[in-house]
Each structure stands twice: as structure tokens, then as C-alpha cells.
Design a protein around this ligand. Structure first.
Ligand code: AVI
Length: 326
């Protein structure tokens, strides 16, 4: 196994005058105040997200893993030589997919994209245990990872892109369609995309998945303020904010917010920001859209894909859809 590490000065890696500082300034001055959810994933945020995936109330990771293991041979069909995973996290799903597909395949080139260096290091170690694979890590955003991958065309064989864990649910609908079209552009005709999406389910199940009794999701959300304090010299008092998860029925999305429990002045030196938050005012940090299976089919078809198969876990309400670039 050989490993090449492609590390781009990540757009999501903060520094002075960084994208982090600029986006924090821009989004915190909007009304309602917001922060982009991809900033939740610093090293601690990524570790907290891995912990969320093990919580009994957040079942989507386990449902997806069951489907991946059951359908592995069809997903990783013999002609595939290159796999791209956008947002690989710890690499556990890709590794389970390859192991479940069994022997008899040729060498696989694995391209894994994540903004978290610690998650990538873990994934590289996990995938490096497998036989007959080469791992290429891309520490960067999905968009830049797609560009790098688009340039690396294999001499032979088909490519399979994985976008799992319902990461697509964190895009708003216009951004989702733009993103799916950019995935399509990075692939050639006949290559495949496997999309993992959490389905619409009863409100109480959704709320407990995003506001768990152990407070892990609350810590994941509050860590964004801790990150701003640390990296941009902010003064957020974490004790004066509470985690809120809301179900927005009309938009079919769970929203995560941070609610200010008192009137307070916020200073963020590294982002050149000074503002006052009223008691009860919130910062909107994430949306997680939930879909019905036919909506997943339509979004893929609109973006230049034809559906090969859709597998549904009816117990926990999760869909894996395998689509081919047409
Ligand atoms: C990464 N993403 C798909 C997760 C989700 O379910 O929206 C992030 C998350 N937020 C709270 N819990 C998990």
C-alpha cells in the first residue's frame, strides 16, 4: 500500500484574514444570525460528531452501515477501480463497504476528502489495513476535493463517488442541486454516485436525534463558539448559550440553534466584530433536511444521473441510492 498526501492550504483552515474570520463576520451580522455548519468540524467537533454517531438516538449511521454491508457487492461492482468519498470522517463506512464486497476485486485507488486533519489521519490508518488499496487523502472542502479528483482520471475502470451520512441534508435545496451537478461534472459517463440520505420520520424521533439526553449534540453545537473563542479571540460565554433543536415542518428540516440566555456583548477580535445579543436571540448553526425516497430520485435525475437502485432501511428510515452518470 502506498499513500500520497495531497494537502491543500484548506479554505476551511483558519488563520489571520482567513475564510473562517470572513465568514464568521458575514454570517454573524445577518438577521437571523447564522454560522455555516461546516465550521462545526474542527478536531474536537469531528470527535464529538463521531460520538453522536454512536448514540442510540442518532440511528442513521447504523442504518446506513447495515445497507452498505448488505449491498456491498452491487455497489462496489468489479469494474470499479477508483472510489472517492466526500466527507470520509473516520473511514469506517468505506472500510466496511470494501470488506463486505469481499475478495476477487482488483486494486482500488481510494480518494478521501475531509476538512478535518485528525479524521483523515484516522481514515488513512483504517483504510491502510486493507489489502490492495492505495489511499490518497485530500484535506480540503468538498468542492476543492471534487476538483482535484476530477483531474485524476484513471487509465482504466469506472469510478464510484460516495456521499454518505446524509451530508446532502446539510445543504439548502438550491445549494444541494448545484453541488450534485458539480459531482456529476467531476465524473465521466458510466461512473456511479452512491448517496446516503436520512428520511422523513416522526417529529419526536427527529428531535431526540438532534437534542440527545446525554448532551453530546449540545456540546457539538456549543463547540463552535469555543472554536471562535480559541481561533479568533472571541469572548463567547458558553454558559450563557443553550443548544436548541427545532423541527421546521414547512421546510422539512431540523434546525440547530444556539440561544443567548441573557443580553450580552460579543467581541471577536480576530473577525473585527463587536455586537450585542438580546436575551432569547439565536445563532442558527445547521439545517438538516429530511427527504422522501422519490424526492431523492428526482434530485439525482435533475442533476444528470440515472437511478440504478434504491435501498431503504425501514426500521430507522434511511435510503441509499445508487445512480449512474448519464
Ligand atoms: C453531518 N450531518 C449529516 C449531521 C446531520 O445529521 O445533519 C450533523 C449532525 N448535526 C447534529 N447531529 C449530527
Amino acid at each position: 500500500m502506498t499513500t500520497t498526501v495531497l494537502t491543500k492550504a484548506s479554505a476551511a483552515t483558519p488563520g489571520s484574514g482567513s475564510r473562517f474570520a470572513n465568514e464568521v463576520r458575514h454570517f454573524l451580522t445577518l438577521h437571523p444570525r447564522q454560522l455555516p455548519s461546516h465550521f462545526l468540524y474542527d478536531d474536537l467537533g469531528s470527535a464529538l460528531f463521531e460520538a453522536i454517531c454512536r448514540l442510540p438516538w442518532y440511528s442513521l449511521t447504523r442504518a446506513e452501515l447495515r445497507l452498505l454491508q448488505a449491498q456491498a457487492r452491487e455497489i462496489l461492482s468489479p469494474g470499479v477501480t477508483t472510489v472517492l468519498e466526500l466527507g470520509s470522517g473516520s473511514g469506517a463506512k468505506l472500510s466496511a463497504l470494501i470488506e463486505s464486497a469481499g475478495s476477487g476485486r482488483g486494486r482500488l485507488d481510494l480518494h478521501i476528502v475531509d476538512v478535518s486533519g485528525s479524521a483523515l489521519a484516522q481514515a488513512e490508518q483504517e483504510l491502510g489495513r486493507l489489502e490492495n488499496v492505495r489511499v490518497v487523502t485530500h484535506r480540503t472542502t468538498y468542492e476543492a476535493g471534487l476538483e482535484e479528483f476530477g483531474l485524476a482520471r484513471p487509465a482504466a475502470g469506472r469510478r464510484l463517488a460516495l456521499f454518505l451520512g446524509s451530508n446532502i441534508g446539510n445543504f439548502d435545496p438550491p445549494g444541494r442541486d448545484v453541488f450534485l451537478r458539480s459531482v456529476r461534472s467531476a465524473l465521466g459517463q458510466g461512473d456511479d454516485l452512491l448517496l446516503g440520505v436520512d428520511l422523513l420520520k416522526p417529529r419526536r424521533d427527529l428531535l431526540v436525534a438532534y437534542d440527545d439526553p446525554l448532551g453530546v449534540t449540545a456540546a457539538f453545537n456549543l463547540n463552535l463558539l469555543a472554536r471562535i473563542n480559541r481561533e479568533l479571540q472571541g469572548n463567547f460565554d458558553l454558559g450563557a448559550f443553550t443548544h436548541r433543536a427545532l423541527w421546521n415542518e414547512e421546510r422539512s428540516r431540523i434546525e440547530m440553534h444556539l440561544r443567548s440566555s441573557q443580553r450580552q456583548r460579543i467581541l471577536i477580535r480576530g473577525a473585527d466584530l463587536d455586537f450585542v445579543m438580546a436575551e432569547g436571540e439565536t445563532i442558527w448553526t445547521e439545517s438538516s433536511y429530511k427527504y422522501e425516497p422519490p424526492e431523492i430520485v428526482s434530485m439525482l435525475e435533475r442533476s444528470g444521473f440515472g437511478i440504478h437502485a434504491q435501498w431503504i432501511d425501514a426500521v430507522d428510515g434511511f435510503a441509499l441510492t445508487l445512480a449512474g452518470a448519464v
